[in-house]
Write a protein that binds this ligand. Structure first.
Ligand code: HEM
Length: 102
């Protein structure tokens, strides 16, 4: 069985694109290293760089990215968010679930 790598939000936050760090983003509980994609992004590198080390789910969805964008994203997956250590408080978690529930 392939082992899924899990990361906490704090671990992802260390990959903030600064000081030579890679640029990781969280989208729907998945963790992506989009460093090689920054300069290929049709919306420009800045829009993604703003979310380096952070959760970009809402903004990614708000733009209404195509299926192509979603499949591009898959190429950069490095793991999943470790939900059991998620530091979100209950209230934040509710808000999170609110915009992630179809
Ligand atoms: C992190 C992974 C991301 C990937 C793989 C990605 C991929 C893409 C792709 C493939 C397109 C071309 C249109 C389409 O197929 O939908 C696109 C366009 C665009 N994206 Fe992203 N995107 C990402 C993140 C973001 C974020 C976080 C934002 C906003 C905060 C953003 C804003 C935009 C905008 C504004 C365009 C339109 C550019 C234009 O047509 O002038 N993207 N993106």
């Amino acid at each position: 069985m392939v082992e899924v790598r899990e990361f906490t939000r704090q671990e992802v936050a260390l990959r903030d694109g600064k000081n030579g760090n890679p640029t990781w983003v969280i989208i729907r509980d998945m963790v992506y290293d989009v460093t090689p994609y920054l300069n290929e992004h049709p919306g420009g590198s800045e829009l993604i760089a703003d979310f380096a080390g952070k959760d970009a789910t809402k903004d990614f969805d708000d733009f209404g990215h195509s299926g192509t964008a979603m499949s591009q994203l898959k190429l950069y997956k490095v793991g999943e968010l470790n939900m059991s250590t998620d530091p979100y408080t209950d209230a934040e978690q509710c808000e999170w679930e609110h915009y992630n529930t179809p």
